[in-house]
Design a protein around this ligand. Structure first.
Ligand code: SF4
Ligand code: SF4
Length: 92
């Protein structure tokens, strides 16, 4: 749970701001990319195009940091191997 005091939010700030819950894109994303490890050739095109730099390199493929991925689908559109599929988030 977000603690305004620990985060250094002044007490005299607007109550709405004090009550703010800083959300990462992974909290509100409606679609998520799934990488097919067998298709990925580690060309890094997805890494190049991701606007929030959440593509991470694994030993044998490129993966997605879902905490910061906003689900825009650019990586899936740009992957030359069609190794990335966008799927709906459960409950979205
Ligand atoms: S663009 Fe596709 S093939 Fe290239 S690294 Fe990313 S997932 Fe792998
Ligand atoms: S869906 Fe968008 S934000 Fe997420 S990894 Fe792909 S390009 Fe990056």
């Amino acid at each position: 749970m977000f603690d305004p005091a620990k985060a250094g939010v002044p007490d005299d700030l607007c109550p709405i701001a004090v009550d703010i819950n800083p959300m990462l894109p992974g909290d509100w994303r409606s679609m998520r990319p799934v990488v097919d490890r067998d298709k990925c050739v580690k060309c890094a095109v997805c890494w190049l195009y991701c606007p929030v730099q959440c593509i991470v390199e694994r030993p044998a493929w490129f993966d997605v940091n879902l905490a910061t991925c906003k689900g825009c689908g650019i990586c899936a559109n740009e992957c030359p191997q069609r190794a990335i599929t966008m799927i709906a988030e459960v409950g979205a």
